[in-house]
Design a protein around this ligand. Sequence first.
Ligand SMILES: [Mg+2]
Length: 146
Amino acid sequence: MIVYIDMDDVLCDFSGASKRELERNPSIKFPQSQYGFFANLSPLIGAIEAVNALLASEQYEPYILTAPSVKNPLCYTEKRVWVGNHLGMEMVNRLIISPNKSLLKGEFLIDDNITGRCQSEFEGELLHFGSNKYPDWNAVRAYFQV
Ligand SMILES: [Mg+2]
């Protein structure tokens, strides 16, 4: 079964970094527009272990499905760099960058947003990461039993 996994605020701490940068440099209103922002995000707790557990399972085929920050051209490269640094080549080969997540075929989508990138129109089951039902990676892993 195919499992798509979002990056920002699911695998990487986008909000934490954004908040820190806004405090450090309030004149830059959109820290995600800055080169280096995406490559240097910290992984969220349990995220790397969870992707590796899904990869190791017989049942699931994890892919990363992230939407681009189109005003920052380097984000396309930096997302690839981040996946290489934190997850390795196997997941680099499973990195999909798409502005419309409903176009991909599969059983599951793990995302912290349910709208904006057509997440709700995804044909499979949407696991709303950060919600009461799936607050963190422990909850997601318990659901998938990996
Ligand atoms: Mg996200």
